[in-house]
Ligand binder design. Structure first.
Ligand code: R5P
Length: 265
């Protein structure tokens, strides 16, 4: 691996733990003003110190993140569709590499929609991004998106998607946690991070899912709604960080969460 690629990978996956805490803030690229991300700066600023990287669009980066903050950025570079349109899966590449370099990104990410009528276009989009990313030393994050069909998230389907992303050259893959998750991680030769998905019932559910994912081979999280759509997002984020980087159990993470919540009230 060349120095630039290595350096950027180290900004995403901490070399001392081999793990990653990524904060996903890119939802507005197809959902618009998502609940509790209506004013991005207000949501992002308190969480920034606890994220190894933030994942978001160039628009929110420029308008809502202080360039002096030292934030490491994984830039969302696919889009072109919205929740109001007929085909969420009909995405293309939205940002060129000059722009990504200008923004000093640690990596770029795009969604692939395997098994849909747009799989070819999105997989070729991933390949094109990898061609450019490898040229400039910028890792590509392949995101195994499922659009509105959340029930697709089983290990057979996600293993297929993750492996294809890795085969096409993604340096990291983001997917969902699922039953038999080790089937997904063992057959994917690059690190996997998990999205959180829609808001879970309790904080303990979030800690359990994070812990299970790590125990079954995930390299970390790229989580959004289960952090910032909940009350006490900083406490949640710090507890998740404890699981990912310090091997805390869900119970220890919950104790830390409760302690931090009480301190802030
Ligand atoms: C889709 O909107 C994006 O890829 C999100 O970054 C991803 O789904 C992770 O966010 P969440 O944890 O809210 O699912």
């Amino acid at each position: 691996m060349d120095w630039g690629m290595k350096n950027r990978m180290a900004r995403i996956i901490r070399p001392d733990t081999g793990r990653a805490v990524m904060l996903a803030l890119d939802h507005g690229y197809f959902l618009g003003p998502t609940h509790r991300l209506e004013v991005p700066e207000e949501t992002i600023t308190p969480l920034l110190p606890y994220a190894d990287t933030i994942m978001l669009t160039r628009g929110v980066l420029r308008t809502s993140v202080d360039p002096d903050s030292g934030a490491n950025v994984v830039l969302r570079v696919s889009g072109g569709t919205s929740v109001a349109g007929p085909h969420l899966e009909d995405e293309g590449i939205t940002v060129d590499f000059e722009e990504a370099i200008r923004l000093n990104v640690a990596g770029v990410g795009l969604s692939v929609f395997v098994g849909t009528e747009f799989e070819r276009q999105t997989l070729l989009g991933l390949s094109e991004l990898v061609n450019q990313g490898e040229k400039y030393g910028i890792p590509v994050l392949g995101i195994t998106a499922v659009g509105k069909e959340l029930e697709k998230r089983d290990s057979r389907y996600l293993a297929l998607c993750c492996r294809i992303c890795a085969e096409l050259g993604a340096r990291i893959v983001k997917t969902y946690y699922c039953e038999d998750f080790e089937k997904v991680t063992t057959s994917c030769p690059v690190p996997i991070v998990i999205a959180g998905g829609p808001k879970l019932d309790t904080e303990m559910d979030v800690f359990n899912m994070t812990h299970e994912a790590i125990s079954r081979g995930a390299a970390g999280v790229d989580m959004g709604r289960n952090i910032w759509q909940r009350d006490n997002p900083v406490a949640i984020m710090r507890a998740i960080r404890g699981i990912v980087h310090e091997n805390m159990t869900p119970k220890q993470a919950h104790e830390l969460f409760t302690e931090l919540k009480e301190q802030s009230s």
